[in-house]
Design a protein around this ligand. Structure first.
Ligand SMILES: NC(=O)c1ccc[n+]([C@@H]2O[C@H](COP(=O)([O-])OP(=O)(O)OC[C@H]3O[C@@H](n4cnc5c(N)ncnc54)[C@H](OP(=O)(O)O)[C@@H]3O)[C@@H](O)[C@H]2O)c1
Length: 275
């Protein structure tokens, strides 16, 4: 039997009565995603690591919208926690309809300088945690006939940075994982997509804005928009994939990067000789 296709704007974009879990949601991109899902009507579990005060602010913002929210301080990199994290979210809010896998580690080093511990830390947080969270959520979503999963990638999966070889490879792996699972779950009402940000102004890159840092020049160089993006600009793309009306969109990767995924010079740039 064909699934009913939503029609009106609120049916297409509304998440009223739905529940979401966002990992790494106490600040930055994850916090923006948690807030926009709440604005769409969802109740939201706000996973985080260390910053309980920041998570409480996100929870309060969501509650101020009339939605329910809970902060869950769980290190997703730990092997035994995915099932417990999902269970805690469900106990507080009900069965999960939306999962956004956002928490990640990025450790800068060339491949030769990358130590074993840093490889492990990135593999555990950026990939194995994703697999475990998907395992803990997808079967129930499929059984209920509705699910929206978004993993967060990065521009470096397309435009590599020499000091992020492991991180870049793991971000590319997110998309491959999502594509494989999209095939399996497409007929069961569950979509999986990947959103890959370019440089976004968050605490992750605050060190570049410290006195003597290279933020302005770096941000200009990182996209055809000649600026860094804002967390809300990523959240907007995630919201689109999570919308009920996006029911025929699955296995995709969307760059939110000011065009940085496109090779080519900006307007007004050029060497002359090669033009
Ligand atoms: N910012 C960029 O330019 C950029 C570019 C491309 C891709 N991305 C991707 O976008 C995502 C979010 O990046 P961001 O810049 O918003 O990061 P961020 O500002 O560093 O925030 C990281 C968030 O993840 C949480 N977290 C970190 N490790 C965790 C763990 N092991 N378990 C649970 N929570 C954890 C932190 O919690 P606490 O606050 O409690 O520590 C915080 O809420 C990441 O996947 C990143 O790879 C970012």
């Amino acid at each position: 039997m064909d699934a009913p296709v939503p029609r009106g704007f609120h049916e297409l974009y509304g998440l009223h009565g739905r529940t979401a879990l966002v990992t790494g949601a106490s600040r930055g991109i994850g916090a923006a995603i948690a807030r926009v899902l709440a604005q769409m009507g969802a109740d939201v579990a706000v996973n985080h690591l260390d910053d309980a005060a920041a998570a409480r602010v996100v929870v309060a913002d969501i509650e101020a919208l009339g939605r329910r929210a809970v902060a869950l301080d769980v290190d997703v990199a730990r092997r035994d926690v995915a099932t417990a994290l999902v269970a805690a979210a469900q106990q507080a809010l009900g069965p999960l309809d939306v999962l956004v896998v956002n928490a990640a580690r990025s450790i800068h080093a060339t491949l030769e300088a990358t130590i074993e511990e840093d490889i492990d830390a990135q593999v555990e947080t950026n990939f194995k945690a994703t697999v475990r969270l998907l395992n803990a959520t997808l079967p129930a979503m499929a059984q209920r006939g509705f699910g929206r999963v978004v993993t967060i990638g990065s521009i470096v999966q397309e435009a590599p940075i020499p000091t992020l070889p492991v991180y870049g490879a793991l971000k590319a792996a997110h998309h491959a994982l999502v594509r494989g699972l999209a095939v399996r779950y497409a007929a069961r009402g569950v979509t999986l997509n990947n959103v890959s940000p370019g440089l976004i102004r968050t605490e992750r890159n605050a060190w570049r804005r410290a006195p003597g840092g290279d933020w302005d020049a770096f941000a200009r160089s990182c996209s055809h928009a000649a600026r860094a993006g804002e967390p809300d600009e990523v959240a907007c793309a995630v919201a689109m994939f999570c919308a009920p009306g996006a029911s025929f969109v699955t296995g995709e990767n969307l760059f939110v990067a000011g065009g940085a995924q496109i090779a080519g010079r900006r307007d007004g740039e050029g060497t002359g000789a090669a033009d």
